[in-house]
Design a protein around this ligand. Sequence first.
Ligand SMILES: NC(=O)c1ccc[n+]([C@@H]2O[C@H](COP(=O)([O-])OP(=O)(O)OC[C@H]3O[C@@H](n4cnc5c(N)ncnc54)[C@H](OP(=O)(O)O)[C@@H]3O)[C@@H](O)[C@H]2O)c1
Length: 271
Amino acid sequence: MSRHPHLAILGFGTMGQAISAGLVEASGYPAGRIHAATRHPAAARARAETLGIQLSGEAAAAVKAAEVVLLCVKPKELKGLLAGLRAEGALDHRPLVVSIAAGTTLEFLTANTPEGTPLVRAMPNTPCAIRRGMTVLAAGAGVSEAQLAQARALFEPLGRVMDLDEKHMDAVTGLSASGPAFMFIILESLAEGGVQCGLPRAVALELAAQMTLGAASMVLETGRHPAALKDEVTTPAGCTIAGLLALEDGRIRSVVARGIERATQVAAGLG
Ligand SMILES: NC(=O)c1ccc[n+]([C@@H]2O[C@H](COP(=O)([O-])OP(=O)(O)OC[C@H]3O[C@@H](n4cnc5c(N)ncnc54)[C@H](OP(=O)(O)O)[C@@H]3O)[C@@H](O)[C@H]2O)c1
């Protein structure tokens, strides 16, 4: 299989477009090797044209020419989509099928694809669109090392990639797939604090975003525990400890952690 296999992207909404953009605009995947399909292509035609990829309403046609099929529809749409593909024999050549659907197990995918279809579950996030994504992969039984490497190669240009056992996928969904939304409201709140203290809004937002990027990068690049890094910022009787205690009074740790727990619980029920 080539480094850039013929790729069918079924579902061209938020994630289908984020992954397509990451592949074509940010990592040089040849647009001519991507065929996306969605039920109402007119709505997303302009985006597909900008990217230079083919977009149609024909999922089966996209799949028949594909070496890798990326399922990017909502979990509740998956069963009908796979039933339609099976009825048309579109998966009979056994392409590698990668599903990003939340809460949708490999067991479900196995039951709804032709016997012997190589299956991988993936959980990416929207920052894949700018190559700062996080994707976790879980391979189905019978997926070869080469096929898993093929799935990995698809997401590696879009950010970090990690392999995990499937039992972790709901927690991954709650943390790193829903997580950007949580971080966006935290960023908004940080900026509001700056505005409250007199900073122009645009300045406050830039400071908040760059500071968050820097703090996250320190954790990833030094491998040090966030608590140790926090202690280094916190001078005795200084301003940081005063701010930290105010955040702790508002139960920031348990509020954030419970948000992940709640998202994980809901993700588990989506399939
Ligand atoms: N949003 C995230 O941040 C995120 C992160 C990680 C994983 N996910 C997962 O990614 C999947 C897609 O989520 P999303 O947020 O991108 O949803 P979305 O924006 O609603 O996009 C879903 C797309 O699927 C299309 N579709 C529905 N049925 C179809 C069918 N039978 N054949 C072809 N296309 C079909 C829809 O358009 P038409 O109605 O025109 O067909 C729509 O464009 C979900 O399973 C979700 O769990 C999402």
